[in-house]
Design a protein around this ligand. Structure first.
Ligand code: SF4
Length: 498
């Protein structure tokens, strides 16, 4: 059956949880449905197509989706033509279980079948049959067969779904072969597969033509990128060098890195290529070797330290952030203290700290008891967070008085809230052409990915400006734009701080 011919009347509501990979997937799904004439709505009550793009990494994220589905139980009685779909990681993992828990769901579409969504939605609306489209299970077929069943999906872009009109995610690989014992991703995203460099370059060039200035390269272990063309192996460092040549692209970031794959050629590329952000997100997960072994992370604390030393030596000033899991199976007070010590020693720019929750289908769930009480997990989470916050604040204070080049991303959260609360503005972004006093607060990031807020004209959004840092909080630098006013005095040119 052809995709929905009368789709021009349909309204799509999409809710996305999880990582940047999911945000990009949603962007592509929305683009495909828009091409069919669908319009996006932020009001679930007026939607006739409702999609949940889901995450299985943590139990909490799954509960959230099942609760949202529960609230839609009687929705069909009001809108008989409504189609409800669960897509992404949870769809690939739970499959038929979703229909058992939420019988009113029409579609279950895994991460490798997203391209089929327009057709599946149309079919489901026409015959009211339930449909499941998922990839092969890694245990049931050869690597090649499973890889083929996870179709890479990057054909379309939708500017309105991007983080901002000037920023875009670009997927350079899908899947993961690391099989950390706590993680479902190798099952939900399939085997590791890198995209051809020419496809990535073409996509970046097209995005630059649409006004994008910053791209973030995505991969579950982005620095494991490897693709062979005519006998030449392309690694992430080669890709960064080629992408640096794309006119219009000013900043290139990449997430998430795997510690064991942090090679010297990549660090040298970060050091030598001016467009590449001096920022590396390299999750360590634990500071205890026994825990790392149980997690099957494939490195020791000593090896992680050695990697940190190479980063510091090769790319001075590079910001590094990390992830920690607290309360993983068998984590004693002593092993937790080792994580706290490593955090103090590495002084990460920021850390994402998660309480362990067992995930069905993983080795950890099969082999180890979830033996750390919830209360202890919560306490350890708060303890690590307090250490990280203190480090972030100390490091931010040390940056007061310095100047940074900022890519302006948009209005700050405070300015957005003020606009929403202001009846004269009514929630729209207003261009301000008045005096400096009238300017709203903008937000942007340094090349080291530090968040900076400052007052400025919204017309600056999407451009690079210099900001002088005057104050800070734990998470944010506060500053003012450096206006360079040049007056020829016969001998020198003076910058004037605004
Ligand atoms: S590296 Fe480990 S934690 Fe990261 S996606 Fe792969 S299996 Fe999951």
């Amino acid at each position: 059956m052809k995709p929905d011919q009368a789709a021009h009347n349909y309204r799509l509501y999409i809710e996305t949880v999880g990582c940047q990979m999911n945000m990009l997937d949603s962007e592509l799904v929305v683009a495909a449905l828009r091409k069919q004439g669908y319009q996006l709505t932020a009001d679930i009550a007026e939607a006739d197509t409702i999609l949940f793009n889901t995450c299985s990494v943590r139990e909490h994220a799954e509960h959230k989706i099942y609760s949202a589905l529960g609230r839609l139980k009687h929705s069909r009685s009001r809108r008989p033509d409504q189609v409800i779909g669960v897509i992404g990681c949870m769809a690939q993992k739970d499959q038929q279980l979703i229909f058992q828990k939420a019988p009113h769901v029409d579609l279950v579409v895994g991460t490798g079948q997203l391209a089929q969504i327009p057709e599946l939605v149309a079919q489901s609306r026409a015959d009211r049959e339930k449909r499941v489209a998922v990839s092969l299970d890694r245990r049931d077929a050869t690597r090649q067969q499973v890889s083929d069943s996870f179709q890479s999906y990057d054909p379309l872009r939708d500017p309105e779904m991007r983080p901002s009109p000037f920023q875009a995610f670009v997927r350079i690989m899908i899947g993961c072969d690391k099989f950390c014992t706590y993680c479902v991703v190798p099952m939900t995203r399939g085997p590791e597969q890198s995209r051809p460099p020419k496809d990535v370059l073409q996509e970046a060039t097209r995005l630059a033509g649409e006004g994008v200035r910053e791209i973030t390269l995505l991969g579950q272990t982005v620095n494991s990128y490897k693709y062979t063309v005519d006998g030449r192996i392309w690694r992430l460092s080669d890709l960064l060098e080629s992408l640096s040549g794309v006119a219009g692209i000013e900043r290139i970031k990449f997430v998430t890195n795997f510690p064991r794959d942090m090679t010297d050629d990549l660090l040298q590329a970060v050091r030598d290529l001016p467009k590449v952000a001096r920022y590396l997100h390299v999750p360590v997960q634990s500071g205890c070797n026994d825990q790392l072994k149980r997690m099957k992370r494939g490195y020791t604390v000593e090896e992680y330290r050695e990697m940190m030393a190479r980063i510091r030596a090769t790319v001075p000033g590079c910001a590094v952030s990390s992830d920690f899991i607290v309360g993983f199976c068998g984590e004693s007070d002593e092993s937790f203290q080792k994580s706290a010590d490593l955090l103090r020693e590495c002084r990460f720019k920021n850390s994402f700290i998660f309480k362990y929750s067992p995930r069905p289908g993983t080795k950890a769930d099969e082999l180890f008891a979830d033996d750390v009480p919830e209360e202890v997990k919560r306490r350890r989470n708060n303890e690590l967070l307090a250490i990280q916050n203190a480090i972030s604040e100390e490091d931010n204070v040390a940056l007061i008085g310095r100047e940074f080049e900022i890519l302006v991303e948009g209005l700050s959260k405070t300015a957005k809230k003020e606009q929403l609360d202001d009846p004269r503005v009514g929630g729209t972004i207003q261009e301000n052409t008045g005096t400096c006093d009238d300017h709203p607060q903008l937000v942007g990031r340094t090349r080291c990915d530090r968040i900076v807020v400052f007052e400025g004209n919204p017309r600056l959004v999407g451009s690079l400006v210099d900001v002088h840092v005057t104050d800070c909080t734990q998470t944010t630098l506060i500053g003012s734009i450096v206006t360079r006013e040049f007056q020829h005095t016969g001998s020198d040119l003076l910058p004037i701080l605004a």
